[in-house]
Design a protein around this ligand. Sequence first.
Ligand code: AG3
Length: 288
Amino acid sequence: MTESVLGHQWYSEQYFHKDVATSFKIKSVLHSEQSKYQKIDVLDTYGVGRLLLLDGKTMVSERDEFVYHEVMGHIPAMIHPKIKNVLIIGGGDGGIVREFVKHPEIERIDLVEIDERVIEISKEFFPHCTSGLTDKRVNVKPQDGVEYIKSFKNFFDVIIIDSTDPEDFAAGLFTQEFYKHVSDALTEDGIMMAQTENPFYDEYGIKAFYDNLRNVYPVVKSFTGPMLIYPGVFWTFAYASKGLAPTEINPNKIPFMLELQQKLKWYNMDWHKGAFHLSNIHKLVTGC
Ligand code: AG3
């Protein structure tokens, strides 16, 4: 929803039954189109720089994208003893790929995004996010991740579900059936991660996603990171694995990360170790 306030245009994403909203003062509209799957807009804003919207929902901004992308990439990378193959479902903006390519041990990264236009538009307007897509190890596949995953068994060490909210075609990415396919595609010490919304405005019933995960994985944990542009800022993420605990940083990787984390904006190993200590509302809503 765009509205004029005292002569300025603002964009508001309304959520939680449309009773609250987050608003951004618009400098200009850089791009708008209707793709086969969704409405895609890129705004230039005063507060958060360039802002990508899919069907009116905030996805990526220049100001805070590093939080989401660094936690999704470096948490599993620091837990798994040796990652060869990574799969990212969704995430057409490329931000998570950019973080994984920083790990030299990784041999292959598949990015499976259903909407090719999201990838193209991100290349044009968010080159800082898509910079990893030209890495030789990266395979960009404009396909439906739900179908793609079914053809892999015991192959990926890490699978990241970088989805939009659990509505329309993304709803299938939060089901137990899908998590089972993810688990089958993972190796025996595999790790899966997903974004799981805001526990204050629990408009989608977050508990159900975590119950679905618990029905498939022996280890299911949750953590949070601030996402300034998402509903209510306090954003949760899920970590699920077939055995590896999310706080047991692999000792062999510590020297490498001590170096790398100096260049990161959010992730460091001290934060990682504390991230899984949860507040009461977070425990209650996720059951973790
Ligand atoms: N994934 C979107 C998370 C959900 C945002 N929801 C919202 N604004 N209502 C972002 C993709 C980043 N790579």
